[in-house]
Design a protein around this ligand. Sequence first.
Ligand SMILES: [Zn+2]
Length: 249
Amino acid sequence: MSIRAIIVGVGSAISDRNYGSSAAIQTANGLVLIDCPDSVLRALRDASAKCGIPLDPMSITDILVTHLHGDHVNGLEILGWKRWIAHQSGRGAKPTIHAVESVARRLWERLAPAMDQNGHAQLSDYFGLNILVEGVPTSIAGLQVETRLAEHLIPCSGFRISRGGATLGWSGDTRFSPSHIDWLSSADVIVHETSESRVHTPISCLNALAPELRRKMRLIHMEDNFDQAVTDIVPLTEGEVLDVVASTR
Ligand SMILES: [Zn+2]
């Protein structure tokens, strides 16, 4: 086993049933979070209760951010405050946010009205910030992370996350994009979004992919009325432990 990701949320933006799409990857030093949805503290606790693996928000060292839609980043405020309060009393280092420049540029603009402490605080009081660049692999907590811009309503990127020869592909929010899927296709497991919208990927598009791609694909970002019977691609579930191992090629 080379990469273990615990699935934290699988819902679409307007789900009233599931948390926003997110996962926590175990590393030697703690957890690397992929996106940070609404009610993230409860989402982590609920996922932990389902799988029996501790998901302590204090152990999050890094957060990979795909884009700034609320179902992917609304949890940054409360996680930032929780970690800031602990940091003030000498407990815990600040987590680092990793995102492409077009996402990172407006991150503080989004958080500041709730976090700037009347002009006395800035992003660096809560989080480190690292800019991801397409084509430049970055080492994050022992993981090699590559990014690629996706096609969405606002700037967004997907990830290839590798360790020990195993790679987890993560689409991010994207309209159906054969070039994006082609980039993800070298991964051993591809977590791909699906929602019936022109800025997302309808399941019919994924159903038309080659069988060898569908077999290693798992679904996330489903609407509440998603019908599993329409596809042979297996949806992820909250609290699921996704072990990604290197396939023998
Ligand atoms: Zn989105």
